[in-house]
Design a protein around this ligand. Structure first.
Ligand SMILES: [Zn+2]
Length: 394
């Protein structure tokens, strides 16, 4: 049996346990509607209580499939109250009782385990879960899951090759040699050796590329996506033995924590600004200062314009961008105005495919309304500010 049938049962407010049981017994929604409870017990092995619940649930209007999927993903497939501590089974619960309003919209639904589901349905004041408790907990948990998912994606270097704007090939190679005593082979190494991009030891042959491939100007003028993919794979190798700390999270922990990150490898996801370089880029083009600022925090990255990955990246850098920046934290200094000044050297900069939306909670309901309306339901739709400026100004 498949996940689709399982999800269909979840749409009717059945617990995942019961859905799995019915599912593996071959009991579909259609069958459950036409069968007597007695038959469900005798022919499909349900208990009398389970048959009663199932028979009741499948007569409801089902919750939209996309809403179920979104709820489950955004709560990491566990109960929003206990985060799965009380067991792995879950159920889609109506915050305002289904019997009262039949409201199947995102805002009226929450993922709960059967134990917390019972608490939510319990009348009385002492032990029951109130509507506002459920809503607050749901919102907080979804934000936490969002942060964790973005961190996880970042630590696994999950970025799209064609969204990589900057690669400091030298620093990545130096780090490889330090960690592995050599530059590991990637699926592109052989190809890039053949074209002369990489030398015999697997390192980037800057002189050859500039003389023979790029007309002496931009390293990546002639580019295919092979270089981006090659260095991304090297970063993924590095990530197997090095932990990239979340620079934003570290900064939130205060000066001491941030100071201790000197010499660490980190990633940062957020809205950053820079003044673009004058064109054309030559050997004497000054470095680019990329920075992020908020109250009591300023992070600065110095970019060598030669390592910009494309003409469009060069154009893009001179403005506001939402980026994921992998870097080495060089220094952390507490300024007289109490600003923590972080200076870091970037290894790789890309447009992230996962990030945390930091727009205020007031936009919460509207965002979900938009998300649900938007059929594509891809990652981009959950952000109200596509230019990434929102993160930088808070
Ligand atoms: Zn629970």
């Amino acid at each position: 049996m498949n996940a689709r049938t399982l999800n269909t049962l979840l749409q009717y407010g059945v617990t995942s346990d019961l859905a799995t049981k019915a599912n593996s017994a071959g009991l579909t929604v259609t069958k459950a509607r036409s069968l007597s409870q007695k038959d469900m017990v005798s022919k499909f092995g349900l208990s009398a209580a389970e048959a009663k619940i199932l028979s009741h649930c499948v007569r409801r209007e089902p919750i939209d499939e996309q809403i179920v999927q979104l709820l489950l993903e955004r709560s990491n497939f566990v109960c929003s109250m206990c985060k799965g501590q009380k067991g792995p089974s879950y159920i889609i619960h109506h915050i305002i009782e289904h019997e009262k309003t039949q409201d199947n919209t995102y805002n009226n639904l929450i993922v709960l385990c059967p134990v917390d589901h019972d608490l939510a349905h319990r009348g009385g004041l002492t032990l029951s879960l109130t509507e506002s408790q459920l809503r607050t907990t749901k919102e907080k948990w979804e934000q936490q899951v969002e942060v964790e998912n973005a961190q996880k994606a970042a630590r696994l270097i999950q970025v799209n090759d064609d969204a990589i704007d900057y690669i400091n090939v030298k620093r990545i190679e130096e780090l490889c040699v330090r960690l592995f005593k050599e530059i590991p082979q990637t699926t592109l190494t052989a190809n890039l050796r053949r074209t002369g991009t990489l030398g015999a030891d697997g390192s980037f042959d800057q002189k050859y590329v500039q003389t023979n491939l790029s007309g002496g100007r931009y390293l990546f003028d002639y580019i295919t996506h092979q270089e981006a993919e090659h260095y991304k794979q090297l970063m993924q190798e590095i990530a197997t033995v090095t932990t990239f700390i979340d620079l934003d999270e570290t900064a939130n922990a205060g000066y001491a924590e941030l100071k201790a990150s000197e010499g660490c490898y980190a990633f940062f996801i957020g809205g950053v600004c820079a003044k673009g370089p004058d064109l054309p880029i030559t050997a004497s083009t000054p470095t680019i200062l990329l920075h992020y600022s908020r109250r009591h925090l300023r992070i600065e990255w110095i970019l060598d314009p030669i390592f910009m990955m494309s003409m469009s990246a060069i154009t893009r850098i001179g403005g506001k961008n939402r980026y994921i920046i992998y870097c080495l934290v060089r220094t952390v200094d507490l300024q007289a105005d109490k600003t923590n000044l972080v200076r870091a050297s970037p290894l790789l900069i890309a447009q992230p495919n996962k990030w945390v939306n930091k727009t205020p909670a007031i936009a919460y309901e509207r965002q979900y309304a938009e998300y649900i309306d938007d059929d594509s339901s891809d990652d981009g739709a959950d952000d109200a500010q596509p230019d990434g400026a929102g993160d930088a100004v808070q």
